[in-house]
Ligand binder design. Sequence first.
Ligand SMILES: [Zn+2]
Length: 114
Amino acid sequence: MPRHKKYVQAAAEMARHSNIQFQHGCVCVHNGKIIAKGYNHHCVPVVEPINETMKRTIHAEIDTCNKVARNLLSHCSIYVVRVNSKGEIVNSQPCARCKEILTRMKVKRVYYSS
Ligand SMILES: [Zn+2]
């Protein structure tokens, strides 16, 4: 699907910025224009984490949607892409938490790489 290609490529580019194991990137599209971008990354902790598993992460979808006015999301599509360690696009799917949040935010369409 050529019309999706530039958005998928932009999301993949964002995913390559991710510094955590599962590298996801995301773009939010409104009227054909990318209005926000995000990627998976560690949050700045309020309290210093004791170990690696205590580090909190923000998922690409949420990082992106947080940059968009809430009432605009129902008119937007988001593209979520995962890349492997070589930077190649691989299958992705929403985690349960993001799925719930995206539904609550009323995002019009959500595409995942496959
Ligand atoms: Zn998620």
